[in-house]
Design a protein around this ligand. Structure first.
Ligand code: ADP
Ligand code: MG
Length: 449
């Protein structure tokens, strides 16, 4: 590695440290290094795929600008997982291999706006996200006609960024391309502050105020940032004035972001506001199948179902689970069965928060009893529903280390003593009804017990 490139990277880091502050610097920049600089390409080594993605999404432009200036020539940055940094991170954290593989993802490089990774075609549509999906399709086909602005909100890892990038990619690749900007609110903030400090506001305005489609991700980041909100409002007005389309995503509804100018909230509410929910079992299963196919991973139905049932949080977690299994399958050159998948994903399943594992029991018993999703958590007390609910409570008690109150709270807000009596009833039934006891054993085996 040439010393000029190392020095330029070092200088870039000190500028960025000043810009983003100590905390964010330590989090994202401290463990990076210049790897390779050849003509216009500059590779930066990072400890994990996760940090590569983060830097790419939030800091690419600022890093590119600063580094190009230091080097005296324009460069295109690539973030690459560096094996040395990856190992250091492992030693420091004393984590298990499984943890680390999961955290690092399958070692691969990250390219910006990867059209293969984020497309409307490879987005799995289910009841949880179909409204958001179709709104995006419509906007991609005919920007600035309906749904302007389009505001998508929902929890972490549920596909907001995927949809936003896919729309930007679809418009870029279509007939109406030109003047499209995808940017995270954090990156917008960083660029704005950078432009202010370096007398580059003119270029900043030109870039964002003139665009025909402005896609801005994670707008909740703007909360409490008065100066950037003001700038964003002006950008917003300018884009609207010349008939541009605005698409946004956030972790919460515009009204709930808080510490956001009223004028911004009103504008966000003026178009279409749509929520993405967590995927249900069938959507999760389809996601697992598609992600496995994308990685050329042959997954038996039972294994795919096991993953979909037990990893019931976000799509990102599901994707992590499939990546981890693909990694093991490639290393061991053998297909991964249910029990192996169980062992591989042990940490992941355990690390999920309480409601998630209870949700797994909920899903399984609902399907076993042929009920509708939500029945077990609801108020209905018809015989089949009550029986299934008792069974779910029993399994929760047997398989998880939940207290009676936690179980009761999850299954429709029931109290300690009704859970206790449900568990007793099921125990009695197991003793007296052989068919039922066989079913219970089968259900338990689905959770590896
Ligand atoms: P968010 O922005 O809501 O936090 P992302 O869009 O980053 O979530 O999604 C996390 C990961 O899950 C990404 O790799 C994305 O491609 C994938 N993903 C999310 N939803 C879907 C879906 N419905 N179909 C396919 N992949 C999805
Ligand atoms: Mg996102």
């Amino acid at each position: 590695m040439q010393s000029a490139a190392v020095t330029a990277w070092h200088d870039t880091l000190s500028d960025i440290k000043e810009l983003v502050g100590e905390v964010r610097f330590n989090l994202w920049f401290r463990r990076t290094r210049a790897l390779c600089s050849k003509e216009a390409a500059f590779e930066v080594g990072v400890p994990s795929v996760f940090s590569a993605e983060w830097l790419d999404n939030h800091y690419r432009d600022v890093i590119t600008c600063t580094l190009s200036e230091k080097l005296g020539r324009a460069v295109a940055i690539r973030f690459v997982v560096d094996p040395g940094l990856f190992r250091e991170e492992r030693e420091k954290q004393g984590r298990s291999d499984t943890d680390l593989i999961r955290q690092a993802g399958a070692p691969e490089n990250i390219e910006k706006s990867d059209p293969v990774r984020y497309s409307l075609d490879n987005f799995v549509v289910g009841p949880c996200n179909s409204v958001a999906y179709w709104a995006c399709v419509k906007v991609a086909q005919n920007p600035a006609t309906a749904y302007n602005p389009l505001f998508i909100h929902g929890g972490v890892g549920l596909g907001k960024t995927h949809l936003l990038r896919a729309v930007a990619g679809a418009v870029r690749g279509g007939e109406q391309s030109g003047d499209i900007e995808y940017i995270s609110a954090e990156s917008f903030t960083n660029q704005f502050l950078f432009a202010l400090r370096n007398n580059k506001m003119h270029a900043f305005h030109r870039r964002y105020r003139n665009c025909r489609i402005l896609v801005i991700d994670d707008v909740h980041f703007l909360a409490s940032k008065q100066g950037t909100q003001e700038e964003f409002l002006n950008t917003y007005k300018a884009v609207s004035r010349h008939g541009g389309q605005i698409i946004m995503a956030s972790d919460s509804h515009p009204k709930l972001i808080g510490k956001l100018k009223d004028e911004l909230v009103t504008r966000f509410l003026a178009g279409m506001v749509v929520k993405i929910e967590k995927p249900d079992f069938n959507t999760r299963l389809e996601i697992v199948r598609r992600k496995a196919a994308e990685r050329s991973l042959a997954l038996a139905d039972a294994t795919a179902e096991f993953v979909a049932r037990n990893v019931s949080g976000s799509v990102r977690e599901l994707e992590g689970a499939v990546n981890t299994i693909a990694w093991y399958a490639a290393m061991s050159c053998a297909p991964v069965g249910v029990s192996m998948a169980g062992r591989i994903l042990d940490g992941l399943i355990e690390s999920q928060c309480l409601p998630v594992r209870l949700a797994g029991i909920d899903e399984l018993v609902t399907r076993y009893a042929g009920l509708a999703e939500g029945d077990l958590r609801g108020k209905r007390r018809t015989r089949p529903v009550s029986r299934a609910r008792h069974l779910a409570m029993y399994l929760a008690r047997e398989l998880g280390s939940y207290s009676y109150s936690e179980i009761g709270a999850y299954f429709g807000g029931r109290n300690h003593s009704s859970v206790l009596s449900a568990v007793r009833k099921v125990e009695e039934l197991i003793d007296t009804d052989e068919a039922f006891s066989v079913d219970v054993a089968a259900l338990k085996s689905q959770f590896g017990s």
